[in-house]
Design a protein around this ligand. Sequence first.
Ligand code: HEM
Length: 208
Amino acid sequence: MRSMSMKLHSKEQAKEGEKEVKEPEEQSVRKWEPRVEGFLKFLVDSKLVYETLEGIIDHDHTAFACYAELRNTGLERHESLAKDLKWFEEQGYAIPVPSLPGLTYCEYLKEISEKDTQAFICHFYNIYFAHSAGGRIIGKKVAQKILNNKVLEFYKWDAGELSQLLQNVRDKLNKVAEKWNREEKNHCLEETEKSFKLLGNILRLIIS
Ligand code: HEM
């Protein structure tokens, strides 16, 4: 899954990226000119996506037992995002309602979680791992440019060393995928592009 994702990065986003820059969020983060309003839209939509994802994982699905293996990984983000939004509110910012990119992604996640485990797992991987890699770079740059270097809860992992948390999840995902045949594995990989598109639309809110 990792190599599939790395190929879909632009050359400006990551060294291993292969895509030419076409969309604004594919430019180097150094060139971004974020504003708090856009960043808040991004945080609100991200909270909705993590809430949806974590709700699906926590819900008892008898037909999709593998989701239960992905509970309590320490990567969960919706509570930290709730704290960050509360902080912005206390600073006097108006918190926007969720916008189309977040709503669209959530609808899609709910839909595939019920009928397409392989696709759902691809999104699970990309959402958490994108945030821990590029997401942290973005968080740092945005904080430098518009938040006086404040480190938001979204970018802190209290459950343990991040590299170890990620490794545990990689192991769990590999265990889940061991049970799939080649066709199912390919189907999971093919979903990567969709995940880039949907997450890219949410990222773009930062510079909207
Ligand atoms: C501005 C946008 C982005 C930037 C700057 C960025 C940057 C990066 C960087 C620097 C890495 C680390 C490569 C390494 O290990 O050396 C990475 C990894 C990764 N990114 Fe992104 N990325 C962005 C957007 C995305 C999006 C939209 C997705 C998926 C929907 C994504 C998914 C991933 C994944 C899955 C990894 C691999 C993590 C792992 O398994 O270790 N990234 N990204």
